[in-house]
Design a protein around this ligand. Structure first.
Ligand code: TRP
Length: 361
């Protein structure tokens, strides 16, 4: 492998610029694209997920871009010991998607757990031969996850799941992947695998596209402690499934600062500004304007306004959520048709892959 082919995890600015151009073209030519996005089924989603990525997916669907949403259930096995709740988590995640506005009945949006699509998983084997151990070892996101997992013995799945992720993306020839910054190393690996596959096996007629990351323009939502990203494991999240009283209780305990007058100043007053940002996202008004209105009302008034606006904003979503929880047969049907659609595509792709690798009999 020459040095030009080595992975480089860099140039965030260039990626951002390309992502902006892609965003514009998506508006003009939605039919040119196949979106692939995904999550690990680790539990229910919170409002950070909602404003960070769910809303963006709903928006892309409304533009008319075909979308596969992969639930990466195998990936859960890489960094934790528990697997008892996987099926339940897959269901809850699907409920959150649909309640948030993903419409799995439009004929071009599909949700499926990858463990149910054997032909997708089979792509992992040739893909593994296209990367080196050293490359997998260097992946900065995997390195961070190894530290965060607190495990001493790291299983090989942890180092290879980014290759599996390439299979998640390439099985449907996904060419747009909406992601956060932490997923960029995985996307770069996927692009490398697509390129090397085409170079090695399909010189005349490439099989795979090199997918582009679409960086979310949504702001990062901090947790109620105001010091780090919202996350269930950090105990600073408001779940989409929380009820109105629980939401009020959590907001009441949110960290603020001693200064009475409310101002929007993300740099110096991150806690207060994060609450203002949430009000802004749920009302469509400018955070500065909301701050000026609350003024000397202080943190008490700020929290009251947020509780009301967030509960009101989430009311229809939460109502849909409740209905879906009563209708698990429907949720199962959504997953079944997602799996069927994914398999249909994966079978065709695997067929092409076998053909170019001279493995047809
Ligand atoms: N690695 C992603 C995460 O940890 C989940 C994921 C699996 C994914 N396969 C994907 C994301 C494909 C985007 C595309 O959140």
């Amino acid at each position: 492998m020459d040095t030009q082919e080595q992975l480089e995890y860099g140039t965030f600015e260039a990626t951002l610029e390309r992502s902006r151009q892609l965003e514009q073209d998506l508006q003009k030519n939605p039919g040119k694209y196949q979106v692939l996005t995904g999550d690990r089924p680790t539990g229910r989603l919170h409002i950070g997920h909602y404003f960070g990525s769910l809303q963006n997916r709903v928006r892309l669907q409304k533009l008319g871009v075909p979308t596969f949403i992969v639930i990466a259930d195998y990936q859960v096995l890489t960094d934790r010991d528990t697997f008892e709740n996987i099926a339940e988590n897959v269901k809850q995640l699907t409920i959150d998607y649909i309640a948030a506005g993903i419409d799995p009945t439009d004929g071009k949006t599909f949700i499926f757990p990858h463990s149910h699509v054997p032909e997708l998983n089979q792509l992992l084997l040739p893909f593994l031969t296209l990367v080196t151990n050293a490359e997998l070892d260097r992946n900065p996101t995997v390195k961070e996850e190894i530290i965060a997992s607190g495990q001493k013995r790291i299983n090989a799945g942890m180092y290879t799941y980014p290759v599996h992720q390439a299979a998640d993306i390439l099985f449907c020839k996904g060419n747009v992947v909406p992601v956060g910054k932490d997923q960029l190393p995985h996307l770069e690996l996927t692009r490398t695998i697509a390129r090397r596959f085409n170079d090695r096996f399909a010189k005349k007629k490439p099989v795979f596209p090199e997918p582009h990351p679409l960086l979310s323009q949504a702001p990062i939502i901090l947790g109620l402690d105001g010091s780090q990203k919202m996350s269930k494991s950090r105990n600073n999240a408001i779940m989409l499934s929380a009820d109105e009283e629980e939401t009020a209780r959590l907001i009441k305990k949110a960290k603020t600062d001693p200064e009475r007058t409310i101002t929007y100043d993300p740099e110096n007053r991150p806690e207060v500004s994060n609450l203002l940002l949430l009000i802004s996202l749920t009302t469509g008004r400018k955070p500065e304007e909301i701050a000026a209105e609350i003024g000397d009302g202080g943190a008490g008034q700020l929290k009251k306004v947020l509780t009301e606006s967030l509960n009101e904003y989430l009311r229809p979503l939460r109502a849909r959520r409740k209905e879906l929880e009563q209708n698990l047969d429907y949720v199962r049907d959504v997953l079944r048709s997602g799996i069927a659609a994914a398999r249909e595509v994966a079978v065709k792709t695997l067929e092409e892959v076998r053909e170019v690798m001279n493995m047809k009999i």
